[in-house]
Design a binder for this molecule. Structure first.
Ligand SMILES: Nc1ncnc2c1ncn2[C@@H]1O[C@H](COP(=O)(O)OP(=O)(O)OP(=O)(O)O)[C@@H](O)[C@H]1O
Ligand SMILES: Nc1ccn([C@H]2C[C@H](O)[C@@H](COP(=O)(O)O)O2)c(=O)n1
Length: 682
């Protein structure tokens, strides 16, 4: 059964995760961000067309695709995760462009290098900018590597930081007699950027790049070298200090390329498996032993903490091994992104977990060392930090916490793993509030759906808000707005009675035969999908609102056997992260323990007027007086029946919205909801 889940709004203010107590099943990973953006740029620079399959669809890949389109690449969508890119063959097709690159380091750095090289050789003016945080992320080491080659690069904001202005005149040349020198100890993305840009200048001569300082994040450079080879560039490497792009190099399309699943994203599910897969392993599809991504080595760290991991070429199976997890002391330089997940696993460990050599965390989407320390402390953990290290001791007493995510997708995904706290002995288990959950759109837009698709929660821990009230009081409207604001599922219980009524009409059944109607209700082939109601796969949303269906729904809903037949179906909607249920008996009968119960009313005159407007707007003619008489008759029947009559639950809050707008009603209920939350706002 599908539930009527509100689509996650792009920038929902928060998502409350109830305590989770297990994981099971299979999760399919989205494409790797690092590979997606490298492949897109290489496809854009090379000769020929490249079909890119299993591409990540996220904020960061979208800015890269937009940038390539602005530079004159033809991009054709082949499917939801496939595009065909017509490459530029190393020739600028537009001489001027302003590119907005959001907060995508994997777009800003290589595009800056490629456009600096092309503008110097062929002439052009390009401006590369991003969001405010991008303008705080250093790019000076790349600028310092490119300027000695003759590239004209200005930093109109702060020297060494985006935005960048790149310019050159046609017929220019690059000074490539001496090796190109770049620092490798702050970010490996600068070396990657040069490795991707300088083949554009290696047709006639070899180009040598030398790394100054100890190169960090080498696995990412390995991804770059691997993909360059797929596009026809065989870079010779001497250790990690010297790289030679041979003379005569030219980008050639491989024709088609598949992007493997994101190994960094896999880390959240590996951790979830290590913490909560107790009955059977959690299967993760999309990456495995054949992965070219460095973050696949996260598996070794997870194993050291106790995870049991089986690997196949492109899948993993993970389950809990040692419990509690074992605390580790790890040089995490080789897995900088995935290592954040280890910090959260440290909440479930048997001692102090120490991660060091992670200075690059400080120049990522946010200062991740400081952010992680601040947020993990909110759960009650003892956290210490240094310039390039972090240590975490698990909470002795867990707190419900509202976690800031700093517009950093990895902070949000990491925070979600704290929701398994009940397994670490938190008494009582506490929910986790993830602020700005939409920031996961950077690399994994469907992350929370994926997590909640495999995670289990005890039904009693899943919060429910009930909204009961008479016909046309606005229950459905209010509930669906609340569900969207909270990222919760929505149960429109009236639709179940209406669907039963429709099934009775279609079957030509006797509506007075309680057993026959109950039998139809018990096997109602109903599904809710994207705000539509499907009966036997057919969209009946509009037919359910027909007057004859509403009238019969009101009659059959008085039959106790029919109500009983629909109970299990309704209870099944109570799934993480939470539920908003509307109807007549949600707070009194179906969810008597709901955390918040609202009884929504409005005057009969107002309700008749609203229903009248609603019908007129759909082109259905209606008479106000008969509408009012009809809804009063229906209310009377709903209130007077013996089975689950319409009435406020004893602990319901009454809301008369006769004089309230929809927005004001939603605000009022959200304010009540905050009242019953345990989150400390700090
Ligand atoms: N606070 C409000 N102010 C003005 N109009 C409202 C308000 N709330 C809802 N409405 C409008 O009233 C109409 C009826 O609302 P809705 O369908 O949500 O009611 P309902 O209680 O779910 O009805 P039913 O019991 O028939 O399912 C809709 O057109 C809706 O836009
Ligand atoms: N929990 C519920 C929900 C609905 N009903 C009945 C009462 C209504 O007349 C009919 C249709 O509901 P609507 O779509 O108008 O909300 O179903 C009920 O008895 N219990």
């Amino acid at each position: 059964m599908e539930s009527h889940r509100a689509e996650t709004a792009p920038r929902q203010p928060f998502l409350d995760l109830p305590p989770l107590n297990g994981v099971a099943g299979t999760v399919r990973l989205p494409g790797s961000k690092s590979i997606s953006n490298r492949v897109l740029l290489l496809a854009g620079l090379c000769a020929g067309t490249t079909a890119v399959h299993d591409l990540l669809d996220s904020d960061d890949t979208r800015v890269m695709l937009d940038a390539l389109a602005a530079l004159g690449c033809d991009i054709e969508r082949l499917g939801p995760s496939s595009v065909r890119v017509q490459g530029l063959d190393g020739r600028l097709r537009v001489q001027e462009a302003r590119l907005f690159l959001g907060n995508a380091g994997t777009a800003m750095r290589p595009l800056a290098a490629a456009l600096a090289v092309l503008a110097t050789l062929q002439g052009g003016r390009f401006e590369l900018a991003g969001v405010a945080r991008m303008h705080e992320r250093p790019i000076g080491d790349l600028v310092d590597a490119l300027r000695p080659l003759g590239c004209n690069i200005a930093c109109p904001g702060n020297e060494g930081y985006p935005p960048l202005r790149l310019s050159g005149s046609a017929g220019g040349a690059l000074a490539l007699d001496a090796p190109v020198r770049v620092r490798g100890d702050v970010s490996s993305q600068f070396l990657t950027a040069l490795l991707m840009a300088l083949p554009l200048a290696a047709a006639e001569r070899a180009v040598v790049i030398e790394v100054e300082g100890e190169l960090i994040s080498r696995p990412y450079v390995e991804i770059t070298l691997n993909l360059l080879a797929r596009f026809g560039i065989d870079v010779r490497r001497e250790g990690w200090q010297r790289f030679t792009i041979p003379a005569g190099s030219a980008y050639r399309s491989p024709g088609a390329i598949h992007v493997e699943g994101d190994a960094s994203s896999a880390s959240y599910f590996i951790a979830a498996g290590a913490i909560a897969a107790t009955a059977a392993p959690l299967r993760i599809e999309g990456v495995g032993a054949d992965s070219i991504q460095g973050d696949i080595h996260f598996i070794e760290a997870a194993r050291a903490m106790g995870a049991e991991v089986l690997t196949g070429p492109n899948w993993l199976e993970v389950q809990r091994g040692a419990w509690p997890l074992r605390a580790i002391d790890l040089d995490a330089n080789h897995i900088p992104d995935a290592a954040m997940t280890l910090a959260v696993m440290g909440l479930y460990a048997d001692g102090r977990t120490r991660l060091h050599n992670i200075a690059s965390w400080r120049v990522k989407e946010t200062d991740r060392i400081s952010a992680m320390a601040t947020e993990l402390r909110k759960f009650g953990a003892m956290v210490d930090e240094g310039e390039d290290w972090l240590s975490i001791e698990p909470p002795s007493h867990w707190h419900a916490a509202a976690i800031h995510t700093y517009d950093d997708h990895r902070m949000a995904m990491c925070a979600s793993l704290a929701a398994f706290n009940g397994l670490a002995g938190a008494t009582p288990p506490v929910p986790v509030r993830v602020l700005d959950p939409g920031c996961v759109a950077k690399t994994f837009p469907t992350y929370f759906d994926a997590l909640l698709g495999v995670a289990t929660a005890s039904q009693q821990q899943v919060p429910v808000i009930t909204v009961d009230g008479p016909t046309a009081s606005g229950k459905g409207t209010l509930s669906s707005e609340l569900a969207a604001a909270l990222g919760y599922h929505h149960l429109d219980s009236g639709a179940l009675y209406r669907a039963t009524a429709l099934a009775v009409l279609e079957a030509g059944a006797d509506a007075g035969n309680e057993a026959a109607v109950a039998a139809l209700a018990a096997r109602l082939p109903i599904r809710f999908e994207l705000q539509r109601v499907l009966l036997e796969g057919i969209d009946v949303s509009d037919r359910l609102r027909e007057e004859r269906v509403g009238l019969l729904a009101s009659q059959i809903s008085a039959l106790p056997a029919v109500r009983a037949a629909l109970v299990e179906l309704q209870l099944g909607f109570r799934r993480a992260p939470g539920l908003v249920a509307d109807g007549r008996d949600m707070g009194t009968v179906i969810f008597p323990g709901a955390a918040l119960k609202v009884f929504l009313t409005a005057s009969a005159a107002q309700r008749a007027e609203r229903r009248h407007k609603q019908l007129i707007s759909k082109g259905i003619s209606a008479n106000l007086d008969s509408l009012r008489a009809d809804l009063e008759a229906r209310d009377a029947r709903d209130m007077q029946r013996s089975a689950a009559p319409l009435r406020p639950a004893q602990d319901a809050r009454l809301l008369d919205n006769s004089a309230l707008s929809i927005e004001a009603s939603v605000e009022q209920v959200l304010a009540w909801w905050e009242d019953v939350q345990p989150f400390a706002t700090r």
